[in-house]
Design a protein around this ligand. Structure first.
Ligand SMILES: Nc1nc2c(c(=O)[nH]1)N[C@H]1C(S)=C(S)[C@@H](COP(=O)(O)OP(=O)(O)OC[C@H]3O[C@@H](n4cnc5c(=O)[nH]c(N)nc54)[C@H](O)[C@@H]3O)O[C@H]1N2
Ligand SMILES: Nc1nc2c(c(=O)[nH]1)N[C@H]1C(S)=C(S)[C@@H](COP(=O)(O)OP(=O)(O)OC[C@H]3O[C@@H](n4cnc5c(=O)[nH]c(N)nc54)[C@H](O)[C@@H]3O)O[C@H]1N2
Ligand code: SF4
Ligand SMILES: [Mo]
Length: 917
């Protein structure tokens, strides 16, 4: 059903609301409603000067009208009637009432509760998969309160978010500088080196706006990537690098900066005072520590002796080797070396000596970027860094270093991701551009706490660094027995144990381990109940046929569903939620958030029904309350709401809108109380506007200091340093983990343990994908191409591919209807534009599609944009465009130490019959 044409003279309303369809949100907008029918999405002009993109939204938001009125919407609960589950099985969904649907769901949950929430293996019987990089919570009302009331749930059944996303960046970024996602300080930066960061497609309306403004004032960007993305097309320079060799390129930049540029062009005071560069490293590879205090030593040029790092008045030596009279080194577990008359080498000297091997001439052979270009980029970067200059922000004088290095998702995850994250951070460290105006900064935190303010998210360690919530690796507290199936707390110390950690763990293991028991690890068991919302792992993950096979064997699957899709094809029950323009929810906005949401204000915004919920769809909050009531959890659920699990606590220092816990409340009541509490929070209790006020006004903010975008001043205030370049903590933790796994007899994580080193090395990262070809019993020469993927501005993953408008708009951007291939490579195979090819991978899977020729891609690389290949999602299933996800493997070999792998694989290409022009 499409909206009937608006009658002239009809009643026109403009409803303020938000879009959070992709991770670059939230963005504010208004919906024009004529006689109750949504007709247009418009900017929210009241947000001009408040929202970083002046109250505008991107192209995807315009699709929301068609989404609401889609003829393919699921508009009533449905029950599966075909007990057999398979891709080729018609589920036989039949409409049922909400009462019947909720009775079936609650009976299952109550049966689980009666027998215990954990199964014999100790894993939660209930699992939940939410995708879209955390965006579903912005649409699921108070379901979060129900989940918190329930108890243990396995949140580790991933969808590709997390492990296919920015991953090493999340973990190492938070470890080094509290940066879950790392971006340029775009409004002030002048020079960006971007390795595969496709911000013109991926950074949302705020990112695109900021970059356009920056280009307008002359900012330069060097885009390094195997194919010319829309971002590359907007950049000053494109360097078509060989896939997965970015670490070599970045290492060579470091080499040029250290060896081919005068030392004083670097930010020596920053290196000396804000990093661990002057710490003295002993012969065993750990810091030399003061026998009295245990603190790391540095060489004090003032007194001519080694002193603890925080000695007042000390003038640390940045480089050199120094005699230390007495010190000890602290290794893994109980390793301790007490030493006298020992030589200490500064961490910076260790770093410089280590980088000597990675010359530009060496890198050229590895990454296929000419040495002269590497040198040019390094020198331009130093020149643009403005070392020594300052800028005033809100009356505070801060360093001004307008250079940034950004990484995209295939660069900062999987093998080589850690090395790229380290090298990128070191590039900015060398010129003092880390977490300062103009430089490379982190957006927000997800592993550390409190999320509300990353500047308050650290205590000092005695080593003078920010502390970090590692999963334990010591003998007493290491978790030999995983709490959920992907074993993140057992295997990945860096991922921590916050509410986001299960979804950032090696989520492919949740699927893999069900069929491949791992030696000495408790056997993975199928969860008895799987809940799915706004994710489609059967399309979005690696080796999608394999994911489909696992999902088809899940005993009971409940999916919230806007339309049929590939994952809910295997569901037992479908529940129709009120979607973007129909539901009610208040969320926090402002502050700093990925992708490039940097606000100078913070507050709340309301999502409210612009149009009546269609059919028998139900508001998420009402669904959650009903579930809580039917499972006897109402009190706990209401208490969770009062605590703020749904986004805002209902009680503050001088206000209290807590709801009585013993009865069910409607969505309107819950969000009215939430609105009142939010109003009070923003006005210190002075105002308590309820839902009606927020419905009219849409959002409200208070100032957020721009100076809070930058971490370095907070570090200075606490007298702390970044633990860079040398990784003493990680080395110790890696060795301890190795000891624990050895004691447990686990050998299948040995390769991952090698990532824990004091200084990162180049390894043949593309070679790991090549060795996987051999592991699959094939020959590398038979798979001569790489296939990579990229974002599309028109699509939020696969979530809006059922919207015809998105298809129409994306049709104007090259690459959306086939496999992008270089003409020279195509000519060798006798392939022309529009020909059909079969692309196959070493795991024995293949896809077909038409060829799109472009000079903007390396001859050894193919591009499969986005995540197509739908076979159940309406509209999308008729696209006939392939996706790499059927071709890529889920494999231990390809899993790195952080638990992620990368979206690329070696493939073979063959021309097949049929042409589509
Ligand atoms: N419109 C839109 N925006 C989004 C999303 C969305 O679905 N739609 N998703 C959001 C999410 S969850 C994420 S994770 C981000 C991802 O954001 P990005 O990482 O910025 O974007 P992608 O387009 O996925 O990155 C692909 C780029 O990496 C390049 N590439 C592939 N392999 C390599 C390599 O080995 N080296 C180098 N240097 N480059 C390589 C490709 O050529 C391509 O240009 O986007 C977010 N923003
Ligand atoms: N080929 C390829 N694959 C990729 C990537 C890539 O770049 N290329 N990127 C990876 C990354 S970084 C990420 S984060 C993941 C994301 O992957 P997922 O998190 O799995 O996201 P989607 O595939 O978009 O699935 C979203 C689902 O939500 C449903 N949906 C949309 N709106 C609503 C609604 O209002 N209500 C309900 N009930 N359902 C709704 C859609 O129908 C869709 O099935 O994908 C990964 N997969
Ligand atoms: S960038 Fe994402 S959240 Fe913002 S308007 Fe576009 S789709 Fe919505
Ligand atoms: Mo992602």
């Amino acid at each position: 059903m499409s909206p009937p044409p608006a009658k002239a003279g009809g009643v026109v309303e403009r409803v303020p609301t938000y879009c959070y369809q992709c991770v670059a949100g939230p963005d504010l907008m208004t919906v024009k409603v004529v006689d109750g029918i949504a007709t247009e999405v418009e900017p929210n002009h009241k947000a001009k000067g408040v929202h970083p993109a002046e109250g505008k939204v991107c192209v995807k938001a315009f699709g929301l009208i068609q989404k609401a009125y889609s003829p393919h919407r699921i508009l009533t609960p449905m029950k599966r009637t075909n007990p057999r589950k398979g891709k080729d099985q018609d589920p036989g969904f039949v409409p049922i009432s909400w009462d019947e649907a909720m009775t079936i769901v609650a009976d299952k949950l109550n049966a689980i509760r009666a027998e215990g929430l954990l199964d014999e293996a100790g894993y939660p019987k209930v699992a939940a998969s939410f995708g879209g990089a955390g965006t579903p919570t912005q649409y699921m009302g108070s379901l979060t309160a129900f989940l918190s009331a329930w108890g243990p749930i396995d949140f580790g059944f991933g969808s590709g978010q997390g492990v296919k996303c920015y991953h090493s960046e999340h973990l190492y970024g938070e470890f080094w500088h509290r940066g879950y996602v790392i971006t340029p300080d775009t409004p002030r930066t002048n020079y960006i080196i971007s390795c595969g960061n496709n911000s013109e497609a991926s950074a949302g309306v705020c990112g695109v706006y900021r970059h356009a403004e920056a280009r307008g004032r002359g900012m330069k960007k060097v885009q390094v990537e195997p194919h010319l993305s829309v971002t590359g097309a907007c950049a000053s320079e494109w360097l078509p690098i060989k896939p997965k060799t970015d670490a070599a390129f970045l290492f060579a930049l470091l080499n040029v900066m250290v060896f081919e540029s005068p030392r004083d062009r670097l930010d020596l005071p920053f290196l000396r005072d804000r990093t661990s560069s002057p710490y003295l490293v002993g012969p065993h590879g750990f810091y030399l520590r003061d026998p009295a205090t245990g603190k790391p030593l540095l060489w004090d040029e003032a007194s001519g002796q080694a002193v603890p790092h925080d000695t007042p008045g000390a003038v640390p030596a940045l480089e050199g080797r120094f005699p230390v009279a007495s010190a000890f080194e602290l290794g893994a577990d109980e390793e301790r070396w007490d030493q006298t008359g020992v030589e200490g080498v500064t961490a910076f000297t260790k770093f410089a000596e280590h980088m000597a091997q990675y010359t530009a001439d060496w890198a050229e052979k590895v990454c296929d970027v000419p040495a002269a270009r590497i040198r040019k980029v390094a020198h331009e970067f130093i020149a643009a860094a403005c070392v020594g200059q300052t800028i005033e922000i809100e009356g505070k004088t801060m360093p001004y270093r307008p250079v940034a290095v950004t990484l995209g998702k295939t660069v900062n995850n999987g093998w080589g991701g850690a090395e790229c994250c380290w090298a990128r951070t070191m590039l900015t460290v060398l010129v003092g551009a880390l977490e300062v105006p103009g430089g490379t900064i982190g957006t927000t935190i997800r592993i550390n706490r409190p999320v509300s303010n990353r500047l308050e998210s650290f205590e000092a360690t005695i080593d003078g660094f920010m502390d970090y919530p590692f999963n334990p690796t010591d003998r007493e507290t290491w978790k030999a027995k995983p709490s959920i199936r992907n074993a993140y707390s057992t295997l990945v110390p860096l991922v921590g144990n916050s509410s986001w950690s299960p979804a950032l763990g090696p989520t492919q293991f949740s699927y893999m381990f069900l069929d491949e028991p791992q030696d000495k690890l408790p056997r993975a068991t199928f969860p008895e109940f799987l809940l799915v919302y706004r994710t489609n792992p059967v399309i979005s993950f690696w080796d999608t046929d394999r994911v489909a096979s696992v999902v088809s064997r899940m005993p009971f699957v409940v999916c919230f569903a806007v339309t049929r899709d590939e994952t809910n094809h295997f569901a037992d029950i479908l529940l129709p939620d009120r979607t973007d323009l129909e539901g009610l929810q208040l969320i926090r906005i402002g502050g700093t958030k990925f992708q490039e949401q940097y606000w100078d204000s913070q507050g709340f915004a309301l999502r409210q029904p612009s149009v009546k919920g269609r059919g028998d769809s139900r508001d998420f909050t009402d669904i959650a309350t009903d579930l809580a009531a039917r499972t006897g959890l109402l009190e706990k659920y209401n208490a969770a709401i009062n605590r703020g699990s749904h986004g805002v606590a209902l009680k503050g220092p001088n206000w209290d809108f807590s709801l009585p816990v013993d009865k069910a409340h409607s969505a309107e009541e819950i969000w009215d109380a939430s609105c009142r509490s939010a109003s009070a929070e923003l006005t210190d209790g002075a105002e308590t506007h309820g839902l009606d006020w927020w419905k009219t006004n849409g959002f409200r903010t208070i100032p957020f200091p721009v100076s809070n975008w930058f971490l370095t001043p907070a570090l200075v205030e606490k007298g702390l340093r970044y633990e860079l370049p040398y990784q003493e903590r990680l080395t110790r933790i890696g060795r301890q983990l190795a000891n624990r796994l050895k004691e447990a007899g686990i050998t299948w994580w040995d390769r991952q343990l090698e990532e824990y080193r004091p200084l990162f090395d180049w390894h043949d990262f593309p070679g790991i994908w090549e060795s996987h070809v051999v592991e699959c019993g094939a020959k590398v020469a038979d798979f001569p191409f790489w296939v990579v993927t990229a974002r599309s501005m028109q699509y939020a993953w696969g979530s809006n591919m059922h919207i015809p408008l998105m298809r129409e708009v994306s049709g104007n951007v090259k690459g959306h209807d086939g496999v992008v291939m270089n003409p020279a490579a195509a000519a060798k195979l006798g392939v022309e534009e529009g020909d059909r090819i079969e692309v196959s991978s070493p795991i024995g899977k293949s896809v077909q599609g038409r060829v799109v020729l472009s000079q903007g891609i390396r001859p050894d690389t193919l591009l499969m944009l986005s995540q197509f290949d739908h076979w159940a999602t309406p509209v999308a299933k008729d696209f006939d465009v392939p996706s790499m996800n059927k071709l890529t493997a889920m494999s231990m070999t390809l899993t790195d130490a952080t638990g992620s792998a990368a979206d690329l694989t070696r493939v073979a290409v063959r021309k097949v019959a049929g042409r589509t022009s």
